[in-house]
Design a protein around this ligand. Structure first.
Ligand code: COA
Length: 164
């Protein structure tokens, strides 16, 4: 019997960007199901609450079949096991991501050797995008159209009081 292959795509998603969407879409070509999992106790100081991030993910991914949205705290590898999966999906942008991702993948493998990390190269169009740079641009009134889903753009404008 064909085993249903699930990948966990973890992140802070503060907020989700088009770069993340690209990885999810391409992940679905490799896996039967992708669980997008918000880390709720990360060291980052998020702009959006978990509830807001969940809402933006739900709206953005609502038409994608085989995508589930969830939250987790504690160790990622424990969450992967809890969800009966064995694969972590991550996007790699430029060289700058490599060291951090390499370290994280090795640590996760040390913690649980049965959990594998699969990397997809981020689409060239999104290589310069990060959640932080989007927030910074939005904070000072910069336009984020085309870099984040519309629901995120609206939420950012709302947060930073931009009405136009
Ligand atoms: N295109 C554009 N940008 C992308 C991207 C893509 N394809 N993929 C990631 N990014 C950006 C994000 O926007 C984000 O930018 P920011 O740092 O400016 O906010 C950054 O790259 C990484 O964010 P994200 O993908 O949301 O992941 P993260 O690095 O915040 O997530 C966890 C880290 C949650 C996976 C990790 O901390 C974790 O597993 N925590 C649980 C505890 C644990 O088990 N730790 C590891 C072992 S000790």
């Amino acid at each position: 019997m064909h085993k249903r292959k699930t990948a966990i795509y973890p992140g802070t998603f503060d907020p989700i960007t088009n770069g993340h969407c690209d990885i999810i879409r391409r992940g679905l070509k490799l896996f039967d199901r992708v669980i997008v999992a918000i880390a709720t106790d990360g060291s980052k100081n998020p702009l959006f609450t978990v509830e807001e991030r969940l809402e933006m993910l739900r709206e953005t991914l609502k038409d994608m079949p085989n995508v589930e949205i969830d939250c987790f705290d504690g160790l990622l590898v424990d969450y992967v096991v809890k969800r009966e999966a064995d694969t972590i999906l991550r996007g790699l942008r430029a060289v700058s991501d490599f060291e951090y991702e390499f370290q994280m993948a090795l640590m996760n493998r040390k913690l649980n050797k049965n959990v594998q990390t699969v990397f997809l190269m981020t689409g060239l169009r999104w290589i310069f995008i990060s959640s932080s740079i989007i927030k910074e641009a939005a904070q000072f009134g910069g336009e984020t159209r085309g870099m984040v889903p519309d629901v995120v753009r609206n939420k950012l404008n709302e947060k930073f009081g931009k009405t136009r």
